[in-house]
Design a protein. Structure first.
Length: 248
């Protein structure tokens, strides 16, 4: 049996509940992400770029001439600057807002004195076509990347070899592993776009679930690409289990 389909779906709605009206499309297990803009970026970023560059240069483990550097994840204990404190406050506020939205309708009603904890904060510096290969972050529910310094967009994308991907952050769909053995036709076109490339801009923060595979694409520029990354956990005083275990 063969039935003609319209070239574009019309009248399609999404639902997050387990049941819905007949024919209503449901989108289960979506991947929440968010981008936030730091209002104090112009003042804070310049200071942090200088401090991080000095920290790299004075690190005994740094290899001069290397185009990639990652600090230890203990910046909360090592950096005591008002500019860094302002960035951390911004990150915490952005996380609180995003996590609340992501869990809307799932968290139990009422106030639960939830505690947000940054379990690790570090910075990375790259240039000379260096990159950070595909990875995920463990022992946390949320992660993020904040762009401290990078060439402006028009200059970054003018790179002859990399173009718009120069220094971008690439995210991979959780369904990416399925593509190798999946049957592909027009019926699952939504599955076939398996990457999301985020254009980096100074002062922007991208938040994402820690399980989401991602990669810092190769970067070459006049400025070093400097980012702050972090991991976060969110806990409730009475425990973190929301749903009961299946009994049968």
């Amino acid at each position: 049996m063969s039935t003609a389909l319209p070239s574009a779906a019309t009248g399609v709605a999404t639902a997050t509940g387990a049941s819905s009206a007949t024919g209503l499309l449901q989108a289960h297990w979506p991947v929440p992400m968010a981008t936030h803009r730091f209002a104090e970026a112009a003042e804070v970023n310049a200071v942090l770029a200088r401090v991080f560059t000095v920290m790299r240069a004075t690190d005994p483990g740094h290899q001069p001439g290397s185009h990639f550097y990652a600090s230890r994840d203990d910046l909360l204990q090592r950096v005591d600057l008002p500019e860094f404190a302002a960035l951390i406050r911004f990150i915490a506020q952005a996380l609180q807002s995003t996590v609340k939205q992501a869990n809307a309708g799932v968290w139990p009603q009422g106030r639960h004195a939830l505690q947000l904890e940054l379990t690790g904060v570090w910075f990375q510096i790259q240039n000379g076509a260096a990159f950070h290969d595909i990875h995920t972050h463990g022992n946390c529910s949320w992660s993020g990347v904040y762009y401290v310094q990078i060439d402006p967009p028009h200059q970054r994308v003018a790179d002859a070899q990399r173009g718009a991907l120069n220094g971008a952050t690439r995210f991979y769909s959780p369904m990416f592993p399925l593509l190798g053995g999946a049957h592909m036709d027009m019926g699952n076109s939504w599955l076939q776009q398996a990457t999301l490339d985020v254009a980096p801009q100074e002062g922007e923060l991208v938040l994402f679930p820690a399980f989401l595979p991602h990669k810092a694409m190769p970067y070459s520029g006049e400025k070093d690409r400097i980012v702050v990354s972090f991991n976060a956990q969110v806990h409730a005083p009475a425990g973190d289990q929301v749903f009961a275990y299946a009994a049968t």
